[in-house]
Ligand binder design. Structure first.
Ligand SMILES: [Zn+2]
Length: 494
């Protein structure tokens, strides 16, 4: 017994089996049920989205002679059992005339076709002309077709299909009812593959199906063909590693590791990851594409956590990573990523282009916010003697954070002031806290007044939101200051 490929075996045979073209399905079902049929339909859309399938289903609807139905009855639910339905499914129905316009472009071919239009159907109720790739017809062929297309005999229906409707003359377009079939989004492909593989009893990884769904680029037939290939490749199962190897997709974990390094602002780790990647000789442009795709998902995860897809079986990891970036950082990295992708054509080599793009992300990252001074903001000129008592009314939210350094400070001050300060700075390892180590004068009691701080606070309130989300604990008065002032302020004011 010969093997039939999945794409053909699971070709939809009724409107209800059709995947993802609900808008066309509904229009055709209603037209059939109400008997308001046009004589010429044009189905457009990319390869493998169901143009020919739709046309065949329509041919069945027109010619089904289901038991119990009178000879009048066209139906939106062909039985699939009668002679006509079976003949159409098997491609041997004499009144369904399938023409491949790509191989019959000449006007003689079209004339020959049209010579037979006037004769009544042999077996069915209607003669259905299915002209595939109709945009390939020559101009004179189109002209020869026009008259018949406008007013065909009552027993004739024209179903035209094309991937390229722009190439059709307006005269043809205006004589047809046009339906544009949609691309298949990966979600829909995965859904369908899940169903098909379940019916076929083939084991699979969900993430492998997502790889296939993306590789299919909107075409269900491509997805089915790739699945066939994957089953053969994986000896009867569809596994992630096999599919990735087959498609030449890169190992997603490497890209996640890059994002991880970005989250940690760890340049060394970042470059080490790129070096490790380079050993596999990957397509660096694809790495960057993948990276920006992850950044996009991170942005989605931040705004609408439930909307993150599980396209690599990594939803939990994406949601966890999303909490480690600010929304601005993600937007910035994404922007730099896609611009870096565009610049890759000019780069001397792709690896350095990738590295530069990654480094640029960190270089242009806003420098975080400086740590708040260890001593609380003085509300009165001389707070020194009771440093740990005064902050409590002024700054209740951050009091625990501020109390610690404030309590520590008097301790080393009398004995050895030089040994103690470097130590906490080293222990506070995250690089985002580095400004504290560079700016020791923050520890000095700041010489500004409350009025100064508050007038500065009114300058910019919008920037302050991001700073309030940053991991750095802020003094409640400082968080309202604009970033530009925060970076400069100790020198500027003192
Ligand atoms: Zn039937």
């Amino acid at each position: 017994m010969s093997y039939q490929v999945l794409a053909r075996k699971w070709r939809p045979r009724t409107f209800h089996e059709l995947v993802g073209q609900a808008h066309v399905q509904r229009a055709l079902v209603n037209a059939l049920d109400q008997g308001r049929l046009h004589h010429a339909y044009l189905f457009t859309g990319t390869r493998g989205v169901g143009k020919t399938t739709l046309a065949r289903i329509l041919a069945k609807c027109l010619n089904c002679t289901a038991n119990g139905r009178g000879d009048e009855g066209i139906t939106s639910t062909p039985c699939g059992q009668c002679d006509s339905c079976q003949a159409i499914d098997e491609g041997r129905f004499v009144d369904l005339i399938e023409v491949d316009a790509a191989s019959r472009t000449k006007v003689e071919d079209t004339r020959e076709l049209l010579d037979n239009v006037q004769y009544a159907p042999t077996q069915g109720r209607y003669k259905v002309y299915l002209i595939d790739e109709v945009h390939m017809l020559s101009t004179s062929s189109f002209n020869a077709l026009l008259k018949t297309l406008e007013e065909p005999p009552p027993h004739v229906k024209f179903l035209l299909a094309t991937t390229d409707p722009q190439k059709l003359p307006a005269t043809v377009l205006s004589r047809c009812l046009q339906f544009t079939l949609k691309h298949m989004p990966p979600e829909r492909v995965v859904e369908h593959l899940t169903y098909v593989l379940g019916e076929e009893g083939v084991e699979y990884d969900e993430s492998a199906l997502w790889l296939l769904g993306k590789a299919a680029e909107g075409s269900m037939r491509d997805a089915m063909s790739l699945t066939d290939q994957a089953i053969a490749f994986g000896q009867g199962a569809v596994r992630h590693a096999d599919v990735a190897a087959m498609l030449g997709t890169l190992d997603h974990r490497h890209v996640l590791a890059l994002v991880e390094a970005l989250a940690a602002v760890d340049v060394q780790k970042l470059l080490a990851e790129v070096a490790q990647l380079a050993e596999q000789g990957p397509d660096f442009a694809a790495v960057l594409d993948e990276l920006t795709a992850i950044l996009h998902r991170l942005a989605v995860a931040q705004m609408v956590p439930d909307a993150v897809d599980n396209s690599h079986g990594d939803r939990a990891q994406i949601q966890q990573l999303a909490s480690r970036f600010t929304a601005e950082d993600i937007q910035l990295y994404y922007q730099i990523g896609i611009q870096g992708r565009g610049d890759m054509v000019h780069a001397p080599d792709l690896r350095s282009a990738l590295e530069m793009t990654l480094l640029r992300m960190l270089a242009f990252r806003p420098q975080g916010v400086p740590k708040p001074p260890a001593t609380p903001l003085p509300l009165r000129p001389e707070p020194a003697p009771s440093a740990d008592a005064t902050p409590a009314p002024a700054a209740p939210p951050s009091a625990p954070v501020l109390a610690e350094p404030a309590a520590k400070k008097p301790e080393p001050a009398p004995a050895a002031a030089e040994a103690e300060p470097p130590e906490p700075a080293v222990q506070a390892a995250p690089p985002s806290e580095a400004p504290e180590a560079l700016e020791p004068q923050y520890d000095a009691p700041p010489p500004w007044s409350l009025e100064e701080v508050e007038s500065a606070a009114t300058l910019c309130q919008s920037q302050s939101q991001s700073q309030s989300q940053s991991q750095n604990p802020l003094h409640p008065l400082m968080w309202r200051l604009p970033l530009s002032r925060l970076n400069r302020w100790p020198r500027e004011i003192s």
